[in-house]
Ligand binder design. Structure first.
Ligand code: MOS
Length: 752
C-alpha cells in the first residue's frame, strides 16, 4: 500500500483511496464491541460442555453461586424464555444454530453452552463458570472424518431454503464418461476450517424497559435485530443493534449465535448491561466453521482436451442441528463448456458445532476440487493447463442456458500468464530450478457469484457544506466506510473529508449483510438514488425560497455539480454552494432516501452474474530439508469496475494469503474421544501470516458490469481465495511429483 495521492482520476470512484476510518483505527479511537463500557456492566462467561454427545444429568451451581462478585448462574431452569426464530423474507430470522441456548438438556457438540456465570468482573465470572460441576450421561461422539452421505430425501431443506441433491444435470454424464478416451476420477478432501477473525465475538446487551440494545461484532445488524426481536418476543423497533467497527468476520459473524441470546437473557434478568466476550477456544466450538468436504470429480475428455463429461459428487459434514448447505457445486455447472454434466451432493451428520459460511463458502472447496482435477487432466493429456482451460471456456452459462453479464476470463489468463512469465514453464516434474531450489509452477481459475441484496440508504446535505451518507450495513475491515464516502462524494461533489459515513447501527436505513461479496454492489443504487433525491429536494428549495437567486426557475433549468446549484445556461461558475441555498431557506439540512432492489435469489435471471479470474503460483522446494515455500503469486481478477483499487488489491492479497493457509496449514481436528476441536488456539491452528506471504501481484481488468449497478462494480471479498489452493497443489506436484488430494499439504505427504 502506498500513501502517495492518486492523481490518475478526478472521480472519487476508481481512485485508490486510503481508508477514511484508518486514522481512527491506528490511533485506537475506533470502538470495537468489547471497547464499549457502560456503568454497572456485568460480565458473563459461559460454561462449556466437555462432551460432544449425551445429556446433562446434574448441574451443581451451589459453590459457584456463593463466590465473591457472582450475580447469577443461569441455566435451563432459571434463564427465562428464549424462543426460536423462524426464517422470513430475505435473511429475516436466520441464525445458523436454530436451537436457542439451553432449550433442552441434550449435548450435541463439544463446547455447547450449558450454563452462564454472571459476575461483577470478568475474572469472577470465569472463576464461577469453572466452579460449576456437571455430570453427564455420555455417548461416544461421531466425528469420523470419512464422509458418506446420510440417507436423506432428494430435496433437503437448508438454511436458505430447499436444495435438490441432484444440483445440476445435462446430457448423460455417465455414458459420456464411460466412452471418453481420457478420464480422470479422483476424490479431493478439504478439512474443517475455523474462521479466525482477530476480534473475538462479543456482545453487550442492555435493556431499558422493553427495549433491547445490543452491541455486537456483526456482519449483519439488520438480520441480528430481527432474530433477537423474535427470540425475545419484541417488536422489531424495540431492538437496536450497533456494530461500529468489526475486526473481521470471514462469515462467522453473518448471523447471530447462541451467545447473543445468552447475553440478552442475562441482562433482562439482572437489569444491568451484560458483556459476553468469547474466548479463542470458544471461537472453535460455538460460532461456526467451514465443514469438511469430500468431493469425487470425474472428467472425460478427448485426446486434444475437449471436455466430454464432468461429474462432481460431494459430501460435507454438518452438525446435529444446523441447516447449512456447503454449496461446493456453485460454480461447477457453468465454469467449463461440457455437454454432459452432473453435480450431486449429500450431507453427513457429526457431533460438531454448527457449520457456517466461511469466505467463499462452497465455491472455495468446490473450485479447489474441480481445478485440481482439471490440472490433473492437463498433465494426463500433456496439454498446458492454461490451454486446457482456453479450449473449454464457455460462451454462455451452460448450467442456466443464459448469457454471462460480463466475463473476460481469457483475458485474465493472457494477462496473468504474461505477467508471471508462464511461457517459460517446462512441464516435466522437477525440471525447473533457480538458485539451487526446485521450482514448481501451477495455476487455477477462480469464480464467485455477484449480485445485489436489498438495501436502503440516506444522504443528507448540510448547511455547513458537508454531506452524510447512512446505511445499516457494516465495515468488517474491507473498506465499506470508504466506499460509501466515495459514492456520496461522487454524487455530491464534496471532498471525502466532508462526507460523514454512518453505518453499523439498525437505527439507520436497512442495509445489506457484509457477506457474499455483495455489500458494495448492493449499496451503489441506494446511495446514488438517495443522493439524487437529496439534490432534487435541494433544487426545489432553491426554486421556492423567497430571495433565492433561483426563485421562479424551472427545475429543468437548474443543475447540481461539484456541490453547487447553478443555472444550466450560465454554467457552474455562476452558481452557489448548497450550504448557501440551505442558509437562505433557514434549513439545517435536506435528506434524500434511496433503495436497491435485490437480485440475489432471483429465480429467473436474465444474466449469469459472476466474477472470475486466475492465479499463477510459484513454489520453491528443497528436498534435502523438505522445505516448501510459496514464493510468488500473480492474480488477475475480473470483478467489474473497482471503486477503490487500493482497498480492492488489499482484499485480493489477503485472500491469496488465506489461500496459502488453506493449502498448507489450516485444518480443525476433532478429538475422536470427546469430540473437542483439539487445536483450538492460534498456536496450534496455524494460519498463513505476513511472514508467509510471498510477493503477490494483483491485476484487475475493470470491465464495468452494468447488470450490477450504474458503476459496474461487482464484489471482491471472496473471489481471491477461490482457486489458490488448487494452483498451489499443482505447483507442489510440478516441483515434487507428489499429488496431494487432501488439504492441507503436509511435510509427510512430500516425504513419501
Ligand atoms: Mo462471507 S462467508 O459471506 O462473510
Amino acid at each position: 500500500m502506498s500513501a502517495t495521492p492518486d492523481t490518475s482520476t478526478t472521480s472519487p470512484i476508481g481512485r485508490s483511496t486510503p481508508r477514511v476510518d484508518g486514522p481512527l483505527k491506528v490511533s485506537g479511537k475506533a470502538q470495537y464491541t468489547s471497547d464499549f463500557h457502560f456503568p454497572g456492566t456485568l460480565y458473563a462467561v459461559p460454561v462449556e460442555a466437555t462432551i460432544a454427545n449425551g445429556r446433562v444429568v446434574t448441574l451443581d451451581t451451589a459453590a459457584a453461586e456463593t463466590m465473591p462478585g457472582v450475580r447469577a448462574i443461569l441455566q435451563r431452569e432459571n434463564i427465562g424464555t428464549i424462543v426460536r426464530s423462524t426464517p422470513g423474507p430475505g435473511f429475516a430470522g436466520i441464525c445458523e444454530e436454530r436451537r436457542p441456548p439451553f432449550e433442552d438438556d441434550v449435548v450435541r457438540y463439544y463446547g455447547q453452552y450449558i450454563a452462564l456465570a454472571v459476575a461483577d468482573t470478568f475474572e469472577a465470572a470465569k472463576a464461577a463458570a469453572d466452579a460449576v460441576r456437571v455430570t453427564y450421561d455420555k455417548d461416544t461422539p461421531n466425528v469420523e472424518t470419512e464422509l458418506e452421505a446420510d440417507d436423506e430425501p432428494e430435496v433437503i431443506l437448508a438454511t436458505f431454503g430447499p436444495h435438490h441433491r441432484v444440483q445440476s444435470e445435462r446430457g448423460d454424464a455417465d455414458a459420456a464418461f464411460a466412452s471418453a478416451p481420457v478420464t480422470i476420477d479422483h476424490t479431493y478432501v478439504t478439512p474443517a476450517e475455523t474462521h479466525n477473525p482477530i476480534e473475538l465475538h462479543a456482545t453487550t446487551a442492555i435493556w431499558e424497559g422493553s427495549t433491547l440494545t445490543l452491541y455486537e461484532s456483526s456482519q449483519g445488524v439488520v438480520n441480528l435485530r430481527g432474530v433477537l426481536a423474535q427470540m425475545f418476543g419484541l417488536p422489531t423497533e424495540n431492538v437496536r443493534v450497533i456494530s461500529k467497527f468489526v475486526g473481521s468476520g470471514f462469515g462467522n459473524k453473518l448471523f447471530p449465535w447462541t451467545h447473543c441470546a445468552l447475553a440478552a437473557a442475562a441482562a433482562r434478568q439482572l437489569g444491568k448491561p451484560v458483556k459476553l466476550v468469547l474466548s479463542r477456544k470458544m471461537m472453535f466450538q460455538t460460532v461456526g466453521h467451514r465443514p469438511r468436504t469430500q468431493q469425487r470429480v470425474r472428467l472425460g475428455a478427448t485426446p486434444d482436451g475437449k471436455l466430454l463429461s464432468l461429474q462432481h459428487d460431494y459430501v460435507y459434514h454438518r452438525s446435529m442441528l444446523d441447516g447449512h448447505h456447503e454449496d461446493c457445486g456453485e460454480t461447477t455447472p457453468f465454469q467449463y463448456s461440457v455437454p454432459n454434466l452432473r453435480v450431486t451432493f449429500g450431507r453427513a451428520k457429526r457431533h460438531v458445532g454448527a457449520a457456517a459460511d466461511m469466505r467463499g463458502p462452497g465455491a472455495v472447496p468446490g473450485v479447489y476440487a474441480i481445478e485440481s482435477a482439471m490440472n490433473e487432466l492437463a498433465d494426463a493429456l500433456n496439454i498446458d493447463p492454461v490451454r486446457l482451460r482456453v479450449i473449454n471456456e464457455p460462451n454462455i452459462d451452460e448450467g442456466l442456458g443464459i448469457p454471462f453479464s460480463s466475463r473476460h476470463l481469457l483475458e485474465c489468463f493472457a494477462l496473468g500468464a504474461a505477467k508471471f512469465g508462464w511461457s517459460k514453464r517446462t512441464p516435466q516434474v522437477g525440471s525447473m530450478q533457480q538458485d539451487g531450489l526446485i521450482l514448481g509452477w501451477g495455476m487455477a481459475e477462480c469464480s464467485w457469484p455477484a449480485g445485489r441484496f436489498a438495501a436502503e440508504a440516506s444522504v443528507q446535505l448540510r448547511d455547513d457544506g458537508t454531506a452524510r451518507v447512512a446505511c445499516a450495513t457494516q465495515d468488517i475491515g474491507t473498506g465499506t466506510y470508504t466506499i460509501l464516502a466515495q459514492l456520496a462524494s461522487q454524487k455530491i461533489g464534496v471532498p471525502l473529508d466532508n462526507v460523514e459515513v454512518a453505518l453499523g447501527d439498525t437505527s439507520l436505513p436497512d442495509g445489506p449483510l457484509s457477506g457474499g461479496s455483495l455489500a458494495t454492489s448492493s449499496v451503489v443504487p441506494a446511495v446514488f438514488q438517495a443522493a439524487d433525491n437529496a439534490i432534487a429536494s435541494l433544487l426545489r428549495i432553491a426554486m421556492t425560497t423567497p430571495g433565492s437567486p433561483f426563485e421562479q426557475r424551472q427545475s429543468a433549468d437548474l443543475a447540481f455539480e461539484g456541490g453547487r446549484v447553478f443555472v444550466k445556461a450560465d454554467g457552474p461558475a455562476g452558481g452557489v454552494p448548497f450550504a448557501d441555498v440551505l442558509h437562505r431557506a433557514n434549513l439545517r439540512l435536506v435528506t434524500g432516501s434511496g433503495k436497491s432492489e435485490a437480485t440475489f435469489g432471483d429465480a429467473t435471471p436474465n444474466f449469469s452474474t459472476h466474477s472470475s479470474g486466475c492465479h499463477f503460483v510459484e513454489v520453491t522446494w528443497q528436498p534435502e530439508i523438505a522445505r516448501l515455500r510459496v514464493s510468488r503469486v500473480v492474480t488477475v481478477i475480473d470483478a467489474g469496475r473497482i471503486i477503490n483499487p487500493l482497498a480492492g488489491r488489499n482484499q485480493i492479497e489477503g485472500a491469496v494469503v488465506m489461500g496459502i493457509g488453506m493449502a498448507l496449514f489450516e485444518h480443525t481436528s476433532y478429538d475422536p474421544q470427546n469430540g473437542a476441536p483439539i487445536n483450538s488456539n492460534l498456536a496450534d491452528y496455524v494460519v498463513a501470516v505476513n511472514a508467509d506471504a510471498p510477493p503477490i501481484e494483483v491485476y484487475f481488468l475493470e470491465y464495468p458490469d452494468t447488470a450490477m449497478n450504474e458503476v459496474g462494480a461487482r464484489g471482491i471479498g471472496e473471489i481471491g481465495l477461490a482457486g489458490v489452493a488448487a494452483a498451489i497443489t499443482a505447483a507442489v506436484h510440478h516441483a515434487t511429483g507428489v499429488r496431494v488430494r487432501e488439504l492441507p499439504v503436509k511435510i509427510e505427504h512430500l516425504l513419501a
